[in-house]
Design a protein around this ligand. Structure first.
Ligand code: GDP
Length: 299
């Protein structure tokens, strides 16, 4: 989702030498394969969007994979970028790097000030390591490696597998299928009280491009909208957009995760960047994209 949004943005900006690899073409966990790729292609600018990602259930279930895969991907790419003289690298993390009970909104300086949320601790540790790798290569070797922390993302090419997905694609699919099959209820996880901030992938790509052009400092930058909603409001919104007329059934056996993770985006706003897509509009676009690509998204 993020990689394809960045490619669309670069193409819109007129770039033509965009080098990409799918995970089946290049296993980023393989050190030798990544080193060969950088030796052969010698990219100037690197957007490190690749990661093992997933929703609350996947993070909590595949704890070893979320830690190992992400550590390997980041270490291999950042080291090879240094070795081959990449001019600038942007590493993408996540808002889950912040302590579970950090004050809200989350300021960049709250990193490592408290305990992490347990459901996604392995993923968060890997992403914190990525930030620290960029900082270390900057300080020891003078590499211009920057990091940005996006909030929860959604958009085209999202993961619609209900065991692995985040809340928005999961609910789009669940409400849509319930509507089509005329089911009376849809199961929604947790209590509905956690709050989440959502950013459209095209806005994220726009912010990444902006930072690649304008930002060269060590401290990572939050990317978000600065606005959040409860999971209950989110579910009602998607229900309305999809046009499902039944009831919500809250399954409190499933975890809530972090109570709230609202980004403080004042640094990015001060630099002159702000998101463009409001949540309702973005979700309407995403539902249309889901309808157009349902066969592809649901295997
Ligand atoms: P998180 O932001 O890392 O917690 O990841 P998610 O996007 O997977 O979950 C966000 C919140 O939505 C959690 O409180 C979930 O329990 C809740 N949620 C409600 N229904 C669903 C669902 O069907 N799938 C997922 N993934 N989360 C859901």
């Amino acid at each position: 989702m993020v990689g394809s949004a960045i490619v669309r943005k670069l193409q819109d900006e007129g770039y033509t030498t965009i080098i990409t690899r799918t995970s089946s073409e290049l296993d980023l966990r393989n050190q030798a394969a990544v080193a060969d790729f950088f030796d052969q292609e010698t990219p100037d600018y690197v957007f490190l969007a690749a990661a093992k990602v997933g929703g609350i259930l996947a993070n909590n279930t595949y704890r070893a994979e979320f830690l190992y895969d992400n550590l390997m991907i980041e270490s291999n790419i950042i080291h090879s970028a240094y070795k081959t003289g990449v001019k600038k690298l942007l590493f993408l993390g996540s808002s889950c790097i912040y302590p579970k009970l950090a004050p809200q909104p989350l300021k960049e300086e709250y990193l490592l000030s408290g305990y992490l949320e347990s459901t996604n601790e392995p993923y968060a540790i890997a992403k914190i390591t990525g930030i620290k790798l960029c900082d270390a290569y900057r300080s020891q070797y003078g590499c211009n490696f920057i990091s940005a922390m996006p909030t929860n993302l959604y958009g085209p090419n999202d993961n619609y597998n209900l065991q692995g997905s985040h809340v928005l694609p999961a609910l789009i699919r669940k409400f849509h299928e319930a509507k089509v099959n005329d089911e009376p209820t849809v199961e929604v996880w947790g209590t509905g009280s956690p709050m989440r901030e959502f950013l459209h992938a095209d806005d994220l790509a726009d912010a990444c491009f902006f930072l690649m052009e304008n930002y060269n400092d060590e401290l990572f930058v939050n990317i978000g909208t600065g606005e959040d909603v409860t999971i209950r409001e989110t579910a009602e919104l998607i229900k309305d957009i999809v046009g499902f007329e039944g009831e919500l059934r809250w399954n409190t056996e499933k975890p809530d995760g972090t109570p709230r993770k609202l980004m403080d985006v004042s640094r990015l706003h001060e630099m002159g960047w702000k998101h463009k897509t409001e949540l309702r509009k973005g979700l309407e676009m995403t539902y249309q994209d889901f309808l157009a690509n349902e066969v592809l998204y649901i295997e």
